[in-house]
Design a protein around this ligand. Structure first.
Ligand SMILES: [Zn+2]
Length: 213
């Protein structure tokens, strides 16, 4: 037995219920478990409480991976990542049939340095790794949308007035599929460095032998 006799009955009931997001007292919209605002956030960012994350929030992480990438500039993996980003930009500029080509081409036209874009993306992914309790980056879909957002808005939005929300996800998916393993590799290496630093600090703080002094 269905719970509701008709879609209309369901919609009417649904509209009288509170949004599923804790602390939100707005009513649900349409068929959604969320109010209009939280439904839109879920659609754009992959989670009802997710949103854009400005790069200054993860500037420490960008700095850390930039150092790491500079040290490994000739490493095959890093070259691959830079080449992949450069190829996406160049292909889009030549009119290649790729999703979000307008945005990739916009980066190409402004001669974006693929190494800088790689650092930005790796910084974002490192920040995601560190944000274990998901305070800011809510889940993997949010990270995907943010990756797309990072690419799309990396240069000035020359002549681009509007970005359809689903494009963030689509470009983010390209990043994940194209260089996801590399970004994870960079995060792991960066965390190892962090651990090494912490270990040497704790060595310095070990109690000294005071017996007989
Ligand atoms: Zn809500």
């Amino acid at each position: 037995m269905p719970k509701y006799k008709s879609l209309n009955e369901f919609l009417t009931t649904n509209k009288s219920l509170q949004c599923n997001v804790r602390g939100c007292d707005r009513k649900r919209t349409g068929k959604s478990n969320y109010c209009g605002r939280h439904r839109a956030r879920a659609y754009t960012w992959g989670h009802p409480e997710a949103g854009a994350v400005k790069s200054h929030v993860y500037s420490d992480e960008i700095e850390a991976v930039t150092r790491l990438l500079a040290k490994n500039a000739d490493h095959e993996a890093i070259q691959y990542g830079r080449d992949w980003l450069a190829k996406m930009m160049a292909a889009a500029a030549k009119g290649g049939n790729i999703r979000g080509s307008m945005y990739w081409a916009n980066l190409h036209n402004q001669e974006v340095d693929p190494g800088e874009l790689l650092s930005r993306l790796a910084g974002l992914w490192l920040f995601d790794q560190k944000d274990e309790i998901r305070r800011i980056i809510k889940n993997d879909n949010h990270l995907t949308a943010l990756s797309g957002n990072t690419v799309i808005r990396f240069a000035k939005m020359n002549g681009i007035k509007y970005v359809p929300p689903k494009i963030y996800r689509q470009v983010g998916d390209q990043v994940r599929q194209g260089i996801g393993p590399l970004l994870i590799n960079i995060c792991r290496s960066s965390e190892k460095i962090e651990l090494r630093k912490r270990n040497s600090r704790s060595k310095m703080l070990q109690a000294l032998d005071l017996d007989g002094l």
